[in-house]
Design a protein around this ligand. Structure first.
Ligand SMILES: NC(=O)c1ccc[n+]([C@@H]2O[C@H](COP(=O)([O-])OP(=O)(O)OC[C@H]3O[C@@H](n4cnc5c(N)ncnc54)[C@H](OP(=O)(O)O)[C@@H]3O)[C@@H](O)[C@H]2O)c1
Length: 253
């Protein structure tokens, strides 16, 4: 991927891994558009980087996703890259979850992590295919796509689905001008799932530096640390990782 001179939409680009994408792509000479729910985070980003365009949008909501697509393509018709990064993580026990009365909470991971990635990939994939610019769709999955963390069962399932969808998307777009990349983070030190849960994770700057090397080298699966290892493990080895994680974490839910 040519990492300079693009117009890039980054969902959830005002904090965490998304912020690292925004900052790194900005510093390499790209026009950046960031969407997120929390207006204070968007304002803080704008204060540090006045040239970054921000747009409030809740990607859990299908109408807001379509409105975001319409707004971006009307105002920034040269858009040629989307980073589907926005995501949440819920940890819960399936034996005590209230799937009758609290389905909205349980379902929110599916809407944000999966539905938004799929819908925005299709909308922008079609738009990119009609333009004559080289384009990229960068979908953020997780090492948990390959070995689920059983205490976050829906989260892990959404990431496996994002990974699978991205592979199909890559095949369907292979005769167009659009490349599809899957970024596969291991645990990274961000606020995912709530403050303090991921402090043991990788340094976000080291992580993003290696991801950018992968993008420049046109790798389609871009992992880091343990998530890179999972790309080459056997099914038995992946199952063992899942079992070890569950033993260690089962008393936390
Ligand atoms: N950190 C890790 O260990 C790790 C590991 C594997 C994969 N990942 C993936 O990396 C991506 C980024 O996560 P992170 O670690 O950076 O988490 P984070 O620090 O919690 O950041 C998540 C970002 O997503 C945005 N977001 C969440 N729900 C949204 C919604 N409905 N609409 C718009 N924006 C929304 C948030 O913005 P608002 O606060 O404004 O909503 C925030 O900027 C996610 O897809 C996550 O699954 C992370």
């Amino acid at each position: 991927m040519n990492i300079k001179g693009n117009t890039i939409l980054i969902t959830g680009g005002a904090s965490g891994i998304g912020y690292q994408f925004s900052k790194a792509f900005y510093n390499k000479g790209n026009q950046i558009i960031v969407c997120g729910r929390n207006n204070d985070k968007l304002l803080a980003l704008k204060e540090s980087f006045p040239e970054i365009v921000t747009k409030q949008c809740d990607v859990a909501n299908a109408d807001e996703r379509v409105a975001l697509f319409e707004w971006v393509t009307a105002n920034y018709p040269n858009i040629n890259v989307i980073v589907n990064n926005a995501g949440i993580q819920n940890r819960f026990n399936v034996l005590t979850a209230d799937a009758k009365n609290d389905w909205d909470t349980l379902n929110s991971e599916i809407k944000i992590n999966l539905d938004a990635t799929v819908q925005l990939s299709i909308l922008f994939g079609q738009y990119f295919a009609k333009s004559n610019k080289t384009a990229s769709i960068i979908n953020v999955s997780s090492g948990l796509a390959f070995s689920p963390m059983a205490i976050a069962p829906i989260y892990s399932a959404t990431k496996a689905a994002v990974s699978s969808f991205s592979t199909s998307l890559r095949h369907q777009l292979s005769e167009t001008n659009t490349n599809v990349y899957e970024v596969i983070p291991p645990a990274v030190n961000t606020d995912l799932g709530g403050k303090g849960i991921h402090t043991f994770g990788a340094n976000p700057i080291d992580f993003i530096n290696e991801i950018f090397t992968g993008l420049e080298q046109d790798k389609v699966y871009i992992g880091y640390g343990s998530s890179k290892d999972r790309l080459t493990m056997t099914k038995n080895e992946l199952d063992q990782v899942t079992e070890n994680m569950y033993k260690e974490l089962k008393d936390t839910i």
